[in-house]
Design a protein around this ligand. Sequence first.
Ligand code: 5GP
Length: 213
Amino acid sequence: MNNKGILVILSGFAGSGKGTIIRELLQKYDNYALSVSATTRAPREGEEEGVHYFFKTREEFKEMISRGELLEYAEYVGNFYGTPRAYVKEQLSKGKNVILEIETEGALSIKREYPDAVLIFVMPPSVEEIYNRLKHRGTESEEVIAKRMKKAGFEISVVDRYDFLMINDVLSESVEMFNAIVSGQQMAVSRNRDYINEKKREFEEFLAGQKEN
Ligand code: 5GP
């Protein structure tokens, strides 16, 4: 079977719980790698350089763009965010499924360039829940929360261009759903053309051998 990794993009409103799903998934399964993005946003309390993000100045970020180091990038609520290209390529070639936790604009630009990428959108069970989760996280001001809610209102309009939708209600179920979607993709005929061709050749050889006997 195909042993090349799958590029999986997970998007969701701020407060959708996507970060927690990924954390649990990485603990449970070892065939996934999470891409760490570059951002011009200031670190939140507890965030570490190279773990949560590579924190960059606007100038450094622009240099990364001009050197072609980013697979995609986008502006989100006043800051830039982008995916470093090298890590993604390296992990995919090692057979890992690479997860990008990115917003919708970047996700859709990746899908245009890499139609094989799988786009998953995660939503909390209700709109009130989004607001409550953001508020309880306590890391953003009321003003930033309002901007993020507005952004969520826009993002819902592009969900129909995604491949899969997940409602994140029970965390353990969401983790299994995510893994089921990706495992299912690994069995897609379109991802296994080389394997199928190899089996066709084996059949031809076998049948040719039978004729000779
Ligand atoms: P936060 O500031 O809450 O960490 O992230 C804000 C938004 O930026 C989230 O929707 C997150 O998924 C998205 N994001 C994080 N990294 C990237 C990236 O590399 N590219 C893009 N396009 N979006 C990103």
